[in-house]
Design a protein around this ligand. Structure first.
Ligand SMILES: Nc1ncnc2c1ncn2[C@@H]1O[C@H](COP(=O)(O)OP(=O)(O)OP(=O)(O)O)[C@@H](O)[C@H]1O
Ligand SMILES: [Mg+2]
Length: 326
C-alpha cells in the first residue's frame, strides 16, 4: 500500500546537456519526461545501466542541476522557480543527497565532529552544549558507538562503511524528509553493504524518511526498495512494487535485464546489469522508444514516438506499445 501523499514528485522532468563547441554542439538527453513520486516511509529504487541517467535524476531532485523542463513538487508545491539562496538552502536541508564515494564527500582535513557540527550550525539546528549532544545522538543513530571514539577522528582513520555512516549522519543532521542515495553501497566491500542498507531501512521506518535509492543492481533494489523504477537511456520505462516487478516484469527491457541477472542466490554481490547490444548514445536518441533498436517485439510506431504511460494497476505502470490500447 502507498501512503496517501507524496513528499516529492517529478512531473515531466527533463534534462538535456549541451556539450561540445559552437560548431559540433551535441545535446545529451540524459532525462526525458520523467514523472514519479516519493512517499514518506518508502524506498523507491531507480535501476538502470551505466549512463542511463540515474545520477542526473537524483541531482535534479537535489536541485544541483536546473531542469530543462518539468516540475519538482515538494510537499505539494513546485520548487523549480525557487532560485534564491535562502529558499534553496531550506530545500536542500529537507532533501539531502548521499553519494557513492564517502571518501570524496567528506573533507580530509576536518574531523568527524566538524563534519556533523557544520550542518547543525548552518541550518541552526543546535547551539552550545546541545551541539555536542546532537552530534552524539547522530553517531548513535548510525551505530558509530561510543560516539566519543569517533568525534576526534578524521575520514582517513575510518573504514569505507564507517565513512558512509558519517555521510548518512551528516545528511540526518538537518532533519531531512527525503534522502537521495546515489549508489550508496556500490563502492563498499560486499561484506558491509547489507549493514548500510539495513541502516537506511531502519531510518525509513523510524524517521518516516522517503528514499530514492539509485542502483545498477536489481538484487539490492528488490531487497531494500518498496517500489522500483527501471530506467533505460534517459527514460523511465517501468515502475511498480519491487517484488512484483522483479517476479513478473512487463517491459521487454526489464525482462531482458532480469534474464541477464545470473543467479539470485548471489544476493548483493554486484550484478552488473549488462545485456546484449548497445545502449544508444544519449545524444542520438530520437523521438521513439530508445529500446526499439534492441527490442524483440519492436513495431513501426516504436520508432516514431515514445509510448505513453499505461497503468497496469494502482501502483504499476509501463511505457510500451505492447500495453497501449489506443
Ligand atoms: N554535467 C554533465 N554535462 C554533460 N553531460 C552529462 C553531465 N552529467 C551527466 N551527463 C551525461 O548524461 C548521461 C547520463 O549520465 P548519468 O551520470 O546520469 O548516468 P548514470 O545512470 O548515473 O550512470 P552511472 O551508472 O555510470 O553512474 C551520460 O551520457 C552522461 O555523460
Ligand atoms: Mg551515476
Amino acid at each position: 500500500m502507498i501512503a496517501a501523499k507524496p513528499i516529492l514528485e517529478a512531473q515531466g522532468l527533463t534534462k538535456h546537456f549541451r556539450t561540445g563547441g559552437a560548431v559540433s554542439q551535441r545535446v545529451v538527453k540524459a532525462l526525458q519526461d520523467a514523472s514519479f513520486q516519493l512517499y514518506p516511509g518508502k524506498v523507491t529504487a531507480l535501476v538502470g545501466e551505466s549512463g542511463s541517467g540515474k545520477s542526473t535524476t537524483a541531482r535534479l531532485l537535489a536541485r544541483l542541476y536546473e531542469p530543462t523542463a518539468g516540475q519538482i513538487i515538494y510537499a505539494g508545491r513546485d520548487t523549480v522557480e525557487d532560485k534564491g539562496r535562502s529558499k534553496l538552502l531550506k530545500y536542500r536541508s529537507e532533501v539531502q543527497m548521499i553519494f557513492q564515494d564517502p571518501f570524496s564527500s567528506l573533507n580530509p582535513v576536518h574531523s568527524i565532529s566538524y563534519h556533523l557540527k557544520r550542518p547543525l550550525q548552518i541550518h541552526r539546528k543546535a547551539q552550545g552544549r546541545q551541539m555536542t549532544e546532537k552530534v552524539h545522538d547522530l553517531l548513535h543513530t548510525v551505530a558509530l558507538t561510543p560516539p566519543a571514539d569517533y568525534t576526534p577522528k578524521y575520514p582517513h582513520q575510518l573504514s569505507g562503511g564507517q565513512r558512509q555512516r558519517v555521510a548518512i549522519a551528516r545528511a540526518l543532521a538537518v532533519e531531512p524528509k527525503v534522502i537521495l542515495a546515489d549508489e550508496p553501497i556500490s563502492m563498499l566491500d560486499v561484506s558491509i553493504r547489507m549493514g548500510i542498507l539495513n541502516l537506511m531501512a531502519k531510518l525509513r521506518d523510524e524517521q518516516n524518511l522517503a528514499f530514492l535509492y539509485v542502483t545498477h543492481d536489481l538484487a539490492s533494489a528488490r531487497y531494500f526498495a518498496d517500489e522500483t523504477m527501471v530506467m533505460y537511456a534517459g527514460h523511465i520505462v517501468e515502475s511498480g512494487g519491487s517484488e512484483e516487478l522483479t517476479q513478473d516484469p512487463q517491459h521487454p527491457y526489464t525482462q531482458l535485464l532480469l534474464s541477464a541477472v545470473p543467479d539470485p542466490a548471489r544476493g548483493l554481490r554486484t550484478q552488473e546489469t549488462e545485456i546484449a547490444g548497445e545502449v544508444p548514445s544519449l545524444s542520438e536518441v530520437g523521438e521513439g522508444c530508445p529500446f526499439a533498436a534492441r527490442c524483440p517485439h519492436v513495431m513501426s510506431r516504436c520508432r516514431e514516438a515514445m509510448p505513453p504511460v499505461t497503468r497496469l494497476s494502482e501502483t504499476r505502470w509501463v511505457r510500451c506499445y505492447l500495453f497501449d490500447e489506443a
